[in-house]
Design a protein around this ligand. Structure first.
Ligand SMILES: Nc1nc2c(c(=O)[nH]1)N[C@H]1C(S)=C(S)[C@@H](COP(=O)(O)OP(=O)(O)OC[C@H]3O[C@@H](n4cnc5c(=O)[nH]c(N)nc54)[C@H](O)[C@@H]3O)O[C@H]1N2
Ligand SMILES: Nc1nc2c(c(=O)[nH]1)N[C@H]1C(S)=C(S)[C@@H](COP(=O)(O)OP(=O)(O)OC[C@H]3O[C@@H](n4cnc5c(=O)[nH]c(N)nc54)[C@H](O)[C@@H]3O)O[C@H]1N2
Ligand SMILES: [Mo]
Length: 764
């Protein structure tokens, strides 16, 4: 007999995609009241003459002609092109204290911001202000600081190349390298880890490579929700018989079975395609052990082949010609005990043997990965082990093979390419001098966690955010929120209201900006911006909707306005000229970054162009000019985990959210409906703690460094197919229990996917 499940919890038996996805889009259109402009907008997404979907950074197929269906892209687009508005009248009716009590969903669901706003501390309300006044206040606030290093300039990954480039120009001319950005919380382990391995901090594969791959490993990402257009690619590969081996603690439905809404037969017959050929439910944080396990089998078999008089099983010509460090890696891997590998990964020998079979028979292997890999205290090292595994078989610089980090925001990769970095290299500084005649500082600035620490400690007094919701995205809101409330100046360029805006400083200004779908008209006419996807393709994006208010400015224009008010005529930068025609911004980008040669011409070709990725051509831009096998530290137990009561919490995105934007309360593919206050737990972890499915529990963080552990109370434990010792909950609700100091020391990426916690049955 099966016991009744808790409210809102249901087994979801259907495949991912299919009719459920189509139905969800119809519901979204209705919710956002976009029956007139909305459906039309969807057809322009990711088309050569349309705008780049703000949803994710998965590339568009060449010469896109048919509408590429994507449920979550549709949510992202309709959320932006909604007919709801949050204008000055709305803010006149609500104090900030009142709005603070609203949910994240309700805050953003008030609709598009329509006018510049300033917080009035007397009434505790946001009131309208002119652009001139707003720019003057920002300029005065920044000029007043003792040093430019007392200001932090945050970038979220939706900003276009043009906006991001203008932002770094403004900030470098102002005089600091404090560039916290969302990438610091996301793929920083990739940006820091891969350059040491293969000389470039980006993926090496192109979309076409997936047509030629003969095996795919998918590690720690959930494309059915976060990169839905990738499902078309995985679906095609699976139908070709390509083995797809998954490592993920949760059985993500889309990686099990997917019905392609593009496929008329699957839609008509309610059939679906199995995606994963093997699914290994590794423990959260167990990937380093798992990768060592796979490589151990491979290296043992290679050695055995030589002993039998064979030529080995690895790509020996490649290893000899292109790599350094094989012997050290071999020593480390063969010296790692199987017991430790089993214990840390939670997997058995068969998982490593079967994966080694796939890897060793593959001539063209692609490894895809996401936040399940990067957001750990050992994230950088795990990324480097992925590179090791590929290098053993020579799967770099070969058609159909390579590494594929799934990037987050639609232009997070481009923002980094055009200069958003707290660690500028000499090439960037030289380029800026060539383009603008001044030499910016080259010393290291703050990344995201360092920026928050500086704000908490009062070393930084101003924060300017180009989009995003930094306070909510960050760990430990208890200290993060308190720090942000102590600022002298907080400035937010935003499309919609969110909680970070409500953390009011002495002066708090919200500047409403055009989104991707909005038409951007400047002195020379309608403008396009450019973006770079996960596979280094740069292409144009042009909005066409009537903006929600005639008071909105584009992001580049707002940045230019702030820059003029702050810097005056410093360095003779022609801010107005750059804004009048974005071709001029691109001309400057080309001077700073020679890879963008002929930028304006090349980006006008439908589909755009691909930036040079040296490792994709076996051109290794590492210090020693070779690809490097890198050894990761041992698998010593984390001392925090010695306590048998400690569980590892991993924090996830639901199907109904975009980062801190909560579209709706459902997580359809995981069978959760109308709620987010749940913790996924294995039957055994429930039982051993005297709990049953549906019990209310309190989750408390474990002390890390100086942290004061916080508790999330009265969440509902639900029985779920997840490894013993691993539990899961939603981001950002669970950020409360994550210590700010819990991060990957090498890259600074917060360890959002490996949070040590204790749980107890709620008293109430
Ligand atoms: N619709 C939608 N699209 C998005 C986003 C969104 O919020 N909504 N966010 C965008 C952004 S900024 C990003 S960075 C990407 C994020 O895309 P993903 O990387 O897919 O992000 P997560 O939801 O955090 O899920 C990570 C996956 O890793 C698994 N996992 C958790 N811990 C571990 C572990 O220790 N090991 C392994 N192997 N797996 C683990 C989880 O079960 C989950 O399946 O998506 C982008 N696209
Ligand atoms: N626990 C936990 N925490 C995490 C993660 C996790 O997996 N677990 N993931 C981390 C990751 S990968 C990331 S990338 C960060 C995300 O951190 P952020 O990038 O800071 O957050 P978002 O939620 O993407 O930002 C949403 C806001 O962006 C604004 N916005 C939307 N479109 C535009 C636009 O076109 N222009 C401007 N100016 N503003 C716009 C809106 O006001 C909206 O409220 O969170 C990180 N935090
Ligand atoms: Mo991200």
């Amino acid at each position: 007999m099966t016991r009744k499940r808790p409210d809102g919890i249901d087994e979801y038996d259907a495949p991912a995609g299919g009719w459920g996805a189509l139905k969800a889009v119809a519901a979204t259109l209705k919710q956002q009241q976009v029956m007139t402009q909305g459906p039309l907008t969807l057809l322009k997404a990711n088309q050569p003459d349309g705008f780049d979907c703000p949803g994710c950074a998965w590339p568009d197929p060449n010469h896109t002609s048919a509408f590429e269906f994507c449920e979550n892209g549709a949510k992202a687009i309709t959320w932006e092109s909604t007919s709801k508005r949050a204008g000055p009248e709305f803010f006149a009716d609500h104090t900030v204290a009142e709005l603070w009590g609203w949910t994240d969903h309700k805050l953003e669901d008030t609709g598009r911001l329509t006018a510049p706003l300033i917080h009035d501390p007397v009434s505790d309300k946001f009131t309208a202000i002119t652009w001139e006044e707003a720019f003057a206040r920002v300029g005065a606030g920044l000029q007043r600081l003792k040093s430019p290093d007392e200001a932090e300039f945050y970038t979220s990954g939706r900003a276009s190349n043009e906006a991001a480039f203008m932002f770094q120009l403004f900030v470098r001319a102002y005089g600091t390298n404090n560039f916290p950005d969302c990438s610091n919380m996301c793929h920083e382990a990739t940006s820091v880890g891969l350059p040491k391995s293969i000389g470039v901090g980006k993926g090496t594969v192109s979309l076409e490579d997936f047509d030629h791959a003969d095996a795919i490993l998918s590690i720690g990402h959930n494309p059915g929700t976060n990169h839905p257009r990738m499902m078309t690619t995985l679906h095609d590969a699976a139908r070709r018989g390509v083995p797809i081996v998954v490592f993920n603690p949760l059985k993500e439905r889309a990686l099990e079975r997917f019905a392609a809404p593009q496929d008329p037969i699957e839609m008509a017959t309610f059939r679906s395609t199995p995606i994963a050929s093997a699914y290994h439910q590794v423990k959260a944080g167990g990937d380093l052990a798992a990768l060592k396990g796979i490589m151990k089998v491979i290296l043992e078999r290679d050695a055995a082949s030589f002993e039998m008089g064979g030529h080995g099983l690895l790509a020996w010509d490649f290893i000899k010609a292109h790599t350094v460090g094989f012997e050290e890696l071999k020593r480390d891997i063969l010296g790692t005990e199987w017991d430790q590998i089993y214990r840390k990964s939670g997997l058995k020998k068969a998982a490593f043997e079967s994966t080694a079979d796939v890897v060793l028979t593959s001539k063209r292997l692609i490894i895809c990965y996401g936040m399940g890999v990067t957001q750990h205290s050992i994230g950088t090292q795990v990324v480097q082990q992925l590179a090791n595994l590929l290098l053993l078989g020579g799967h770099m610089g070969r058609e159909g093979a390579g590494i594929c980090p799934l990037r987050g925001h639609s232009n997070v990769q481009g923002d980094r390419t055009v200069g958003i970095t707290e660690i500028p290299n000499a090439a960037l500084i030289d380029g800026m001098e060539r383009a603008f005649g001044f030499r910016p500082r080259q010393d290291k600035g703050h990344n995201a966690v360092e920026a928050i620490e500086a704000i908490i400690e009062g070393r930084s007094k101003a924060l300017v955010c180009l989009g995003g919701n930094l306070a909510v995205a960050m760990s430990d809101p208890e200290v993060t929120f308190a720090g942000m409330r102590k600022l002298d100046l907080a400035v937010h360029l935003a499309t919609k209201l969110n909680r970070s805006h409500l953390l009011t400083a002495k002066t708090t200004i919200i500047l409403p900006v055009l989104g991707r779908t909005d038409q951007d008209v400047q002195a020379s006419g309608v403008q396009s911006v450019t973006v770079e996807d996960s596979m280094s393709m740069v292409h144009a994006s042009r909005g066409f909707l009537q903006p929600p208010s005639d008071q909105l400015k584009s992001e580049p224009a707002v940045i230019a306005g702030m820059a003029k008010a702050t810097l005056g005529t410093r360095y003779g930068i022609d801010w107005d000229g750059l804004i009048a025609n974005y071709d001029r911004i691109r001309d400057k980008i080309e001077i700073v970054f020679p890879d963008f040669s002929d930028f304006n011409k090349r980006v006008r070709k439908p589909g755009g162009f691909r930036l040079y990725v040296p490792a994709a051509f076996r051109d290794w831009h590492t210090e020693n000019g070779k690809a490097n096998f890198l050894v990761a530290g041992g698998l010593e137990e984390d001392v925090r985990l010695d306590d048998p009561e400690v569980l590892i919490l991993t924090t996830l995105r639901s199907h109904g959210q975009y980062n801190t934007t909560v579209y709706n309360m459902d997580d359809r593919y995981r069978g959760v409906f109308g709620r987010r206050d749940v913790i996924f737990m294995s039957e055994e972890d429930l039982r051993s703690r005297g709990l049953v499915d549906g019990d209310k529990i309190d989750i408390t963080g474990v002390k890390v460094g100086e942290s004061q552990p916080q508790t999330v109370a009265a969440f509902t434990a639900i029985r779920y197919d997840i490894p013993v010792g691993t539990i899961a909950g939603y981001y950002p609700e669970m950020n409360r229990v994550i210590a700010l100091a819990d991060l990957d020391a090498t890259s600074g990426t917060p360890a959002y996917k490996g949070v040590p916690v204790k749980i107890a049955k709620s008293a109430a």
